[in-house]
Design a protein around this ligand. Structure first.
Ligand code: SF4
Ligand code: SF4
Length: 99
């Protein structure tokens, strides 16, 4: 039987509109936004869809979009995989340091 789809709304940045001013990072009390390479990036695991950033952005670059529960699960899997890769790289660095 197919699982019911659970939708969770999260902030999303339109990179074509974002100018990297950082105003959204100042108002996000959840610490869910960073500016990287002059573009705002949302951590969807922290965002609780309060919409303050969307209402603050002078460029109208942020909107709320629905994520499926499965999508969030996949991001968790990706994060776990990146953590594993980081651990392996650390191990390689230590091995090289011993040479
Ligand atoms: S407030 Fe808007 S334009 Fe400024 S960094 Fe955030 S998303 Fe980009
Ligand atoms: S919706 Fe609220 S919690 Fe989510 S990124 Fe914007 S300010 Fe932060």
């Amino acid at each position: 039987m197919q699982q019911p789809l659970l939708l969770i709304w999260k902030a999303c940045v339109d990179e074509n509109l974002c100018v990297g001013c950082g105003k959204c990072t100042e108002v996000c009390w959840a610490g869910a936004i960073r500016v990287l390479d002059k573009k705002a990036v949302i951590d969807v695991n922290r965002c609780i869809c309060c919409t303050i950033c969307m209402r603050t952005c002078p460029r109208g670059a942020i909107r709320m979009i629905p994520y499926s529960f499965q999508t969030l699960q996949r991001e968790d899997v990706i994060k776990a995989q990146l953590k594993e890769i980081g651990a392996q790289l650390g191990e390689m660095e230590r091995s090289i340091g011993k040479l």
